[in-house]
Structure formats: C-alpha cells, structure tokens
Design a protein around this ligand. Sequence first.
Ligand code: SF4
Length: 481
Amino acid sequence: MSTPVYLGMPVAPRGVGHLRGEPFPAAARRALADSQLRRNLGRATATIRAKRAAVVGELPDWEELRLAGEAIKTGTMAHLDRYLEQLESQVTARGGVVHWARDAVEANRIVVDLVRATGASEAVKVKSIVTDEIGLNEALAAAGIRARETDLAELIVQLGHDRPSHILVPAIHRNRAEIRDIFLREMGDAPPGLTDSPAALTEAARLHLRRAFLSARVGISGANFAIAETGTLCVVESEGNGRMCLTLPEVLITVMGIEKILPTWADLGVFLQLLPRSSTGERMNPYTSMWTGVTPGDGPQQFHLVLLDNGRTAALADPAGRSALHCIRCSACLNVCPVYERTGGHAYGSVYPGPIGAVLSPMLTGVGDNATLPYASSLCGACYEVCPVKIDIPSILVHLRARHVEETHRPTPEAVTMAAASWVLATPGRLRAGQRAGRLGRLLSRDGRIRRLPPPLAGWTAARDAPAPPAQTFRDWWRSR
Ligand code: SF4
C-alpha cells in the first residue's frame, strides 16, 4: 500500500491526466460554427432543465436540503484526513484493500497491475468521470487490456472514438441518427436493419453488452459517495449496467477522488435526495448500488479501492476555491449555462466541462494550465442558483481570474486604467486637472456623442459610443451659484 496524501503533505504533481487542447476561445469559436451541435445541445439541455425545475419545485424544503448538503460538505472537507483514515480502516476490516494514488500515473499503474494480476485481458466499466480524468482506458489499452464502457452514453462515445461532452449525458452532442450510424459501423453485432428509435438503439446496446457482462472477470467503477463510518461505497445510475459491473465480476476495482467521502449514512440521505432531482430530474435514482468490503460467496471476492488525489489537496489548500470540491457531479450547472449551451463540452478541453469544469479543471491542474477556462463565463449566476450544494461558482471564477492575473504578472488594460483612476481620484487637485483634461474629449464628439476614439482606446468605441463630457463640471456649476 503506498503512502496516503493529506493536506500538509507534499502536494501531488498537477495536471496529469487532464486533457489539454487548444484554448477555450479558439475551441468555442469552432464549436459555435456547428449548427447541428447547437441544435442537439439546445434541445437536450432544455428538456433536462424543465424536468429538474418540475421535481425541485415539488419540495417545500429544497433550500434547507441545499443548506444541509453545503454544511455536510464543508464539515467533511475540514476534517478530510480523519475521514479518509476512517474509511481506509473500515474497508480493510471488511476484506477490501485500499490503495493511495498521488496522481494519474500512480492510479493507472495500480489499476493496470491489479488487472494484470488476475490474468484478464478485458474489464467492464461503470461510467466514471474520474477514470476519464486519469486517462485509465488509454493506460489499460497500452497494457493490452480492453476496457469496455457499459453505460449507454459512454458506449456511444467509446464506439464513436469520441470524447464525453457532458458530465451526465456524455453523448449529448449526438442525435439518434448519428448514434445509429455509429452502432452499425462499430458495434459488430448490431442488427443490419437497425432504426434510430430509442427502443431499437437501447436493445442493440443491451444485447451487445450482455455478453461482456457474463464473461467479465474484472469490473472497474468510480464512486458517487463513500461512507467513512462503515467503509461503504455507493454508485448511482439509471440503466442497471452499473449493478451488473459491480456484482458479476470476481474482482472489483473502484477509483475514487478523495473528496467523494461522507462521514455517515445520515449524510448520504441528504445527497440521495439532492442528486437525482438535480441531475436526471427524477425523484429518486433508479439504481443505487452499495457495497462494503467483500462478502464470501456473494458478489466480487476481491475489492480494491484506489483513493486519488491528482490535484485535490492543492485545491483544498485554496480557501477561496476549495468549495469546488463539494461538487457531486449532478451537471445542473451545465444545463443552465448559456455558454455551455452554445459551445458544448468539448470546447472546455477537459473531462469536467461547463461552469464546474471552468473552476475545477484549473484548480486541479493549476490555473496556468487551464488559464482561459475561468473566463468562459458571463458570470450570470445561473449555475449558483441551481447548484444543490450551493457552490458559488461565479465568485470562484472571479477568484481564479485574479489568481491568473497575479501569476502571470501581466498588467491588463483594465488594471492600468484602474490604477490611473485611483491616482487621479486620490486628491481634489488631480481630480480637477483630470476633469479639465477630460473636457478635451468634446473636440472628438458630434451631436453629444463620441463615436470614435484614437488608439489605444479605439477598441472601446469599436462596438459602442460614449457621451461627450459636459461643458461645465459639477464643481464649476456649484461655484458659479
Ligand atoms: S457544481 Fe453544483 S450544479 Fe454543477 S455539477 Fe457540481 S454539484 Fe452539480
């Protein structure tokens, strides 16, 4: 068992396992030119938004639930080291094995070694963003092990040699006709006359996956929650594929970010109400699987839990941004975000897209590695309003923008302007001189408006005009009376 990584101990190497591509503005510009993508996204997010609003509106104590979720997460993060040790001792006492991974490289090495030790060349997977974060499928493939995604949307993404673009609905950028084409082209056993009706597509996927479930010796999952007091892991999903992966194979390997822990079962009760209503717009989750260690003769006979840091302790060390770790990956913030709705998830260049991705990715990798993401927001605040654990995403975005400016030490035009304004406003004499100088702006005006300014202020008037300065300042007017 390798060394645990806690707050105060050496911080994990950053950035490993996160996708990096072109900066957000360039990727977003390309995505905006794809009208089919915008139609797919617009339709899908509008449907999920409406479902969520309806079921959340049913609960008179929704705000109290959100407050409870926020308080539990804040308290857990304050004592994360203690709860992680408790989880480790409980899982171990019940026959499981706990592994600690500082980063993606360590986590992948642990999982590859565990699968190799079974002699298997294939593993079935439950949908898991954290394994996307560390690039586990690629690491397994490099070791000659085939990882088969079993969640329908993840299967579509995998067969399409694509990347997920949404936390909850990874293939949200695809429509039914595109999915049918992918199945016919890549699945191998899809019926030749396959139509694009949802029933036909899911039946084709069901038959395709059934063979994989029945022959798999290794299952790999993430975890939505882990309960420290008993060492219980919890996965919530909608299709039942997760239940198959978690119960049929002989060996189960779960990779979990260290922030997913909850102290008690009572805490889980709060999140099992918050999560389904915020994510799929359902009152309760269709499949909620829980397991504690191993049970002789029932389910997997080997259970390994890989606890992953990969930048999380660094995020925890930032008091202004650490609440990003409270995220329960419901994706409600994506579905209300006007930026996400137009650009889609791929433009973020990270496995965590949308508003939470714009804060979480730079926090996990270091702001320098994802510098454009904190600017991928209009700061409208819609994400904060829907977040079930009340993460103030707009404030964290502003905080990360400030960190970026400080770290790059490049004064922005806005900072220079503000510094100049601060100097002018500091004394009455400077203000008077500044107002006199400002009156020169009248020379550039026509009909009381300034429509074009010389460089470097030309950018300001490229898309707007400004009122001409008044002929008389307020002070002059006061003195004249
Ligand atoms: S930030 Fe909040 S709304 Fe967004 S995915 Fe996380 S928990 Fe859900």
